[in-house]
Design a protein around this ligand. Sequence first.
Ligand code: HEM
Length: 383
Amino acid sequence: MPTNPLPRLLASLAIISLISAAIGLILPRVSDLPAVAPLHMILALGVMPLILGAISYFIPVLTRTSSPEPLVLLSPIGALIAGLLVTLSLSLTYKLYPVAAGIAVLAAGRLLWWSQQRAKATLGRPHPGLLWYQLALGALILGLLIITLAALWPEQWLPLKRLHLHINTLGFVGLTALGTLRVLLPTVGGFPDPQAGLWLMKEWRWLVAGTLLIATGATWSTLLAEIGLLLWLISLVRMIQGLLKAHQGKLWQWHGAAISLIAAVIGLVLSLISGALHGHGMLPTSQASEAFVIAFLLPLVTGAATHLLPLWLLQSQPEKQKQLREQLGYLSAVRGLAFLIAGVLTLASQPLAFLIAIAALCQFFIQLARPLEIAAIEDENSK
Ligand code: HEM
């Protein structure tokens, strides 16, 4: 029995998020469900608990404090329950969604409070990545309060929904992803990145401002949204250009987690551009959301899982972890490229997009089978 149950919970949440993504992409094609229900299966049931779990896992590292106490698990588990409830609610009856939002607010709020306790317990200053996670949790809470307000104020449904969707996708998922990537990329690429801390300390201002401008601008002023978009794009392009210039050889690989994570950043750029096209009425919401899932979330989750799943499944067995990483990261450049092509084809309304995305996801599932088997054998042996 592992002493710290969080890594095992995280491994389960990563697998749940990949399965939710596959089902969430298939459902709109085979059922009459409103598109928001499968979308929340991917974002709220799949991604939200995984992010809360990952934040719980990384906070002790960022604050150089002890492993999380078991009660911390309540946050990702609460988020999982909320994600299930909102998916059911958006499929059957909207009446229940404020309850789901309430549970998720409590889960995120508890984690935010705990992160602050750990920040106070840090000897010296906490790692600047902590602030990114706190901002992301703040964004999730804000996005959820806004969509709850929409239930009480139906005349403002559309503007409030737009605020919710932008604050959640960019503020919650975007900030968590970039804050993690900037630290994870040097680790998976195996190079020192002395600029990472400075980047994290400086860049969050632009991205928070960009998110607020896009969220409010999408509702009230296209110009504001475009300024926000520019802030995000400048930040992302500068980050990726800087990393590729200095560490091209380590990142530009056929196999491994790094190239998948780079594909995710390129996918985020694509999603931001598709969001702007949507803002100009050139693209329906469902297509822009699907491109966000396929081009950004899928390479992000498969890339992060390539590096982190072996760590979570086989704690303290570095040799075996390395072997599993090699298996999961096999041909990740092709997989990442497939997700990006599928993202572009989604924007062009090509049905082939879905097949390419599902094929790439299946390739990852097949590669996942062996690591899961090895972890199960290890569990048996350790009994
Ligand atoms: C418990 C958590 C959540 C609740 C209760 C919730 C609730 C809602 C509701 C009621 C809508 C409007 C549905 C409609 O227009 O018919 C909505 C839209 C949306 N939400 Fe959430 N949400 C949650 C979590 C999330 C998360 C975590 C994300 C993103 C990371 C997200 C992204 C979106 C998006 C993109 C839309 C717009 C979909 C569209 O118009 O096509 N939501 N949400």
